[in-house]
Design a protein around this ligand. Structure first.
Ligand code: UD1
Length: 401
């Protein structure tokens, strides 16, 4: 019996943890029961629709331990995670700790484990934006530096690790674990009545829609990076671009809690229509039933509803990391509101383009997408939905050595 602790903390972690838990189960079934997964939720994200909703959508069991750390400054949050996680490690004595992604809890748990001489596996290792003002970049560098097993999603990750002096023997190119969840959930997500509930399908609240699909056209926006939303000037520039887009096509905007706070702080509420209920209302439509060309704001959606909305969007504007990958796999135009990306394959092979906070670029790249000007894109070969299986097989083999 070998116990592995898996750490989940924030929204972008949950779709990376779910396939690992599934792969461990499968491994045990095929090889005799030997691996015991022990799930720790640090509580970095705690709102229902930033956390619990994802557990339900992804079929993740209740965590074995919830650290309940909540929000705070970087130091406060990381320190609280370390203090609480150390107690769990001392009590549970795992053979391995698996961390995913690049959030504060990823780094904090990796550091805590390695100081207790417990080996750490980092899933989604090697990504670099080369922008050290991003908290995630520091988390990536520190986590990779102390990890024993580094699982990269793409060859650029291997090169980055090598350049930083990390031995090739520790690095494994396994593909993108987010794609495991995406491919596993896409059909289920598409079958949900998300669009109907929002009134985005012809027949709901009346109105015209695409003749073939019956779906009304819309762009989808996500925005939460501190660099974008904590700086009023930058946020205003981005919103100017998006407001111009909303003159052409309705923009649906599930608003991250950080962004909700900042929009209020900078007094920018007038740029949006806020929806208290998850559904659009009759007042959101012009006469004749066409959805008003405005920025329509919602509370964050769960995983499956958001996948559904992505799958039917004409274009996605985002500053998220994961959405750049998901849109590449789904072959949907992605306009990224950043000046760097730690996921260069989404540009060289996928549908992604960087526009930073440049109003003109935002408008012109979205216009290209709306006018059907598409770059040739292809899904990287190794993003095939089997990343978690590869990781579990490698780790189980290593533990036997
Ligand atoms: C964190 C990650 C980021 C990831 C993002 C996804 C770090 C450094 N950042 O950023 O990489 O892309 O999650 O969402 O780890 N809040 C709530 N409810 C919640 C969670 C947060 O209201 O459930 C609010 C709090 O006011 C908090 C703020 O959002 O202060 C920011 O949360 P935090 O976890 O610090 O960072 P994120 O911006 O979510």
């Amino acid at each position: 019996m070998v116990k592995w602790i898996l750490v989940a903390a924030a929204r972008p972690n949950f779709m990376k943890i779910a396939p690992l838990l599934r792969a461990i189960k499968t491994y045990n079934r095929l090889n005799g029961h030997r691996l015991i997964p022990y799930l720790v939720h640090t509580g970095q994200h705690y709102d229902y629709n930033m956390s619990e909703a994802f557990f339900g959508d992804l079929g993740i069991p209740k965590p074995d331990t919830h650290l309940g750390v909540g929000s705070g400054t970087h130091a406060e949050q990381s320190a609280k995670v370390m203090i609480a996680f150390e107690k769990v490690l001392v009590r549970e004595k795992p053979a391995l700790v698996i961390v995913v992604g690049d959030v504060n809890s990823t780094m904090a748990c990796a550091l805590t484990a390695v100081k207790l001489h417990i080996p750490v596996a980092h899933v989604e290792a090697g990504l670099r934006s080369f922008d050290r003002t991003m908290p995630e970049e520091i988390n990536r560098i520190v986590t990779d530096c102390v990890s024993e097993y580094l699982f990269t999603p793409s060859p650029d990750g291997d090169k980055n690790l090598l350049r930083e002096g990390i031995s090739e023997d520790k690095t494994y190119l396994v593909g993108d674990i987010m794609v495991d969840s995406l491919l596993d959930s896409l059909e289920k997500a598409k079958n949900r009545p998300t669009l109907e509930k929002l009134g985005l399908v012809a027949g709901c609240n009346g109105g015209s829609a695409d003749r073939k699909t019956g779906v009304r056209s819309y762009a989808l926006l996500t925005l939460h990076r501190p660099a974008n939303v904590d700086n009023g000037d930058r946020l205003s520039r981005i919103l100017n671009g998006i407001t111009r887009i909303a003159e052409r096509i309705p923009v649906l905007f599930p608003v991250h809690p950080r962004t909700q706070k900042q929009v209020r702080l900078f007094g920018l509420e007038n740029a949006f229509v806020f929806h208290q209920t998850p559904a659009l209302e009759l007042s959101d439509y012009e006469e004749g039933g066409v959805l008003k060309k405005k920025i329509h704001c919602f509370e964050p959606f769960g995983y499956l509803d958001f996948l559904n909305l992505m799958a039917h969007a004409k274009v996605i504007l985002t500053d998220s990391g994961g959405i750049q990958q998901e849109t590449t796999v789904m072959n949907i135009p992605c306009v990224t509101l950043r000046d760097t990306t730690e996921r260069p394959l989404t540009i060289s092979q996928g549908t992604n383009v960087l526009v930073n906070d440049d109003e003109q670029k935002i408008v012109s790249e979205v216009s290209k997408a709306l006018n059907g000007v598409r770059r040739k894109s292809m899904c990287p070969a190794i993003w095939d939905g089997h990343t978690a299986e590869r990781i579990v097989t490698i780790l189980a083999g290593k533990q036997e050595e």
